[in-house]
Design a protein around this ligand. Sequence first.
Ligand code: AMP
Ligand code: GLY
Length: 423
Amino acid sequence: MNLLILGSGGREHALAWKLARSTRVKKVFCAPGNAGTAAIGENLPISISDHDALLAAARAHRIDLTVVGPDDALAAGIVDRFEAAGHRIFGPSKAAAKLEWSKAFAKDFMRRHGIPTAASREFDDFAGALEYCRMSPRWPLVIKADGLATGKGVIIAENSAEAESALRAMMEEARFGAAGHRVVIEECLQGPECSVHALVDGQRALLLPMAQDHKRLLNGDLGPNTGGMGTASPPVRAPLAGFEPAVHRTILDPFLAGLRTDGLPFRGLLFPGLMLTVDGPKVLEFNARFGDPETQVLLPRLTSDLLPLLEATIDGELAGIEPEWDVRAAVCVILASQGYPEKPILGREIVGLDSLRGAVDVYVFHAGTKREVDGRVVTSGGRVLGVTALGATLAAARDRAYEAAAQIRFEGMQFRRDLAAGA
Ligand code: AMP
Ligand code: GLY
């Protein structure tokens, strides 16, 4: 089979790496890809927003299956377009992916189907939103842009002055473009966070191992929210026995029932971000795609083939499928550019990649990288590399990931030094 992976991040490199190991896969194309995916198969220099060109490429290269990485491609309807043209593609339709691309839609879905989540209100007028915040008896309040904002459209406001400036930035100054015209204001939940990944075939949900993201830029969970600065699987505070059945009972089962009631066909990867509160797990948000950098710890732990899982999801045949997982832990350290997440500085040469070639149980997933004509690999995005290691314990995986990361250098490189702390 020939596969096409859409996107250019670490998640897509991990998907390409894992799928290329499938005995049934002949060649993996990536559009547009990065320096890491180029070394696995072939990069096609096509933007994921150019649906015509992507379809033409899928035909020209006889692609048997396309896998969508990022949320914006789903929101733009790439799955509908490919399916209408008779191409197999992994990911939910635009209508189903609305659970990610509109937080107001997701909130309404959760309220109607009894899925635990923070209490919230939606506003599309600035004055109404501001008035609601000013009257709030409880602080902090969480203010979210309704649409996609690459993980940055969530502000935790400690008081009404902070709420006002967040609302002004989103609703009046359009900091997140149209994504912020509508906002969701919700109660602030407390507790550790956990990333849940489940393959959903429309009828059933197959839970993957739990992972933990570190979303803040700086050590000690300080600084701005990012797309994710590193992940651990399992999470440091491993979910207690009974957690997985609780996720099925309180979140996935009502989710599946809600799909049926609403006639919403969701086939793809559902990734609810959870807060583990004293009242049980609550959904912070739904994502309709693999997490980045969650994928970079989940796929190295998957010892069986990924391809049949994706195919069964598309075909509604997840029943009886049992993937095999490495019992060892995995930690991924993200190496980010100077200036990330606001204004990453690009074009800096990356050195040390060669020294990790062949390292055992270490995987270097490229994100914002590109290979220049002279062969040098340079930075081309905010998150540059994800260095994943496996280990018998989380502490061993973490130490090995940091040792490997220490081999790599580029000017202004920043990374969290406290990932999986306390493991
Ligand atoms: P989201 O994009 O909705 O996952 O939000 C990004 C981050 O903001 C989450 O990972 C949480 O750390 C934080 N967050 C979102 N919603 C809430 C909430 N209701 N209470 C506390 N923190 C939240
Ligand atoms: N790492 C969080 C996300 O992919 O949304």
